[in-house]
Design a protein around this ligand. Structure first.
Ligand code: NDP
Length: 287
């Protein structure tokens, strides 16, 4: 089994990105800046935000952090986002999800200017993805495509199954695979015979959020398995949606958890931020 190492690729991409940020600044005289908004005290979100800010620093991307109390009202948060939308030094905006109860995530996300949408989650950008005119796409699925390409996994014509249909992972993942000419099946909690679909797949991306729920019997020999799931087990270890040990002699190639998809998400966030900076510097038009 070929191990699909996201940690290694993300380091390569981030080193390359640092050079591209320097080139951009040399060419335009402008910096690159990502604004990160964190509302509330969710411990996992605090870790994610810290890691994102650290990654920005390493790539030479300036980060602008706004921390708001969990009691922040929707109107106040919308005002913060609006301020960042019109701030000329800000190229990308990220509002860390999940938001505290009472704040409408769809409304807040859609308040971000589509040209500053570092997470690729604004409805206009999802629409462009559907239309085949991708501007920026969600970071985790974009990272999966990079992993498949790096490992020279043939996507064109492949039967690809995506397990999960969330706005953040499953749906954009299916669209990005379609863009690469895969034949895509989307499975979800109401799918009648998940195993039947999995057995027909050349590539499976699992993003169901169910700890280790798939094992050896669920896949045919030689499948490429990308495990997006991320969970902490009772013994303190991290695991994915798939039982890695059962599949390591059956899969053709597979991502580990941790060290697979996770590190790619941050690399793609930086990539999106630079892409948006380039787009803004060129007047907001598509290349
Ligand atoms: P959601 O909970 O939003 O979506 C889960 C999806 O899986 C839903 O569409 C659901 O179907 C489907 N599903 C749930 N159970 C089953 C099942 N038994 N069989 C088939 N489909 C099922 O999760 P996210 O998409 O946000 O995240 C998925 C996983 O990826 C999580 O473990 C999360 O922690 C991880 N993640 C990891 C990231 C990383 O960087 N590594 C980034 C983002 C997420 P239905 O729509 O019918 O309810």
């Amino acid at each position: 089994m070929e191990l699909i190492n996201g940690k290694e690729l993300s380091q390569e991409l981030r080193a390359d990105l640092k050079k591209r940020v320097e080139n951009f600044t040399e060419k335009t005289g402008l910096g690159v800046c990502l604004a990160v908004v964190l509302v509330g005290e969710d411990p996992a979100s605090q870790v994610y935000v810290r890691n994102k800010i650290k990654a920005c620093e390493q790539a030479g991307i300036k980060s602008l952090e706004t921390r708001l109390a969990a009691t922040t009202s929707e109107a106040e948060l919308l005002q913060v986002v609006e301020g960042l939308n019109v701030d000329p030094q800000v190229n990308g905006i990220l509002v860390q999800l999940p938001l505290p109860k009472g704040l409408n995530e769809d409304k807040i996300t859609d308040a971000i200017s589509p040209l500053k949408d570092a997470d690729g989650l604004v409805t206009e950008n999802l629409g462009l993805l559907v239309a085949g005119r991708t501007r920026v796409a969600a970071c985790t699925p974009s990272g999966v495509i990079e992993l498949l390409k790096k490992h020279k996994i043939p996507i064109q014509g492949a039967n690809a199954v995506v397990v999960g249909r969330s706005q953040i992972v499953g749906k954009p993942m299916a669209l990005l695979l379609l863009e690469q000419n895969a034949t895509v099946t989307i499975c979800h909690s109401r799918t009648k015979d998940l195993r039947k679909h999995l057995h027909e797949a050349d590539i499976v991306v699992v993003a169901a959020g169910q700890p280790e729920f798939l094992g050896a019997d669920d896949f045919k020999e030689g499948t490429v398995i990308i495990d997006v799931g991320m969970h902490r087990r009772a013994d303190g270890k991290l695991c994915g949606d798939v039982r890695f040990d059962e599949l390591k002699n059956k899969a053709k190639a597979m991502t580990p958890v941790p060290g697979g998809v996770g590190p790619m998400t941050i690399a793609m966030l930086l990539e999106n931020t630079l892409k948006l900076a380039e787009l803004q510097a060129s007047g907001g038009h598509h290349e």
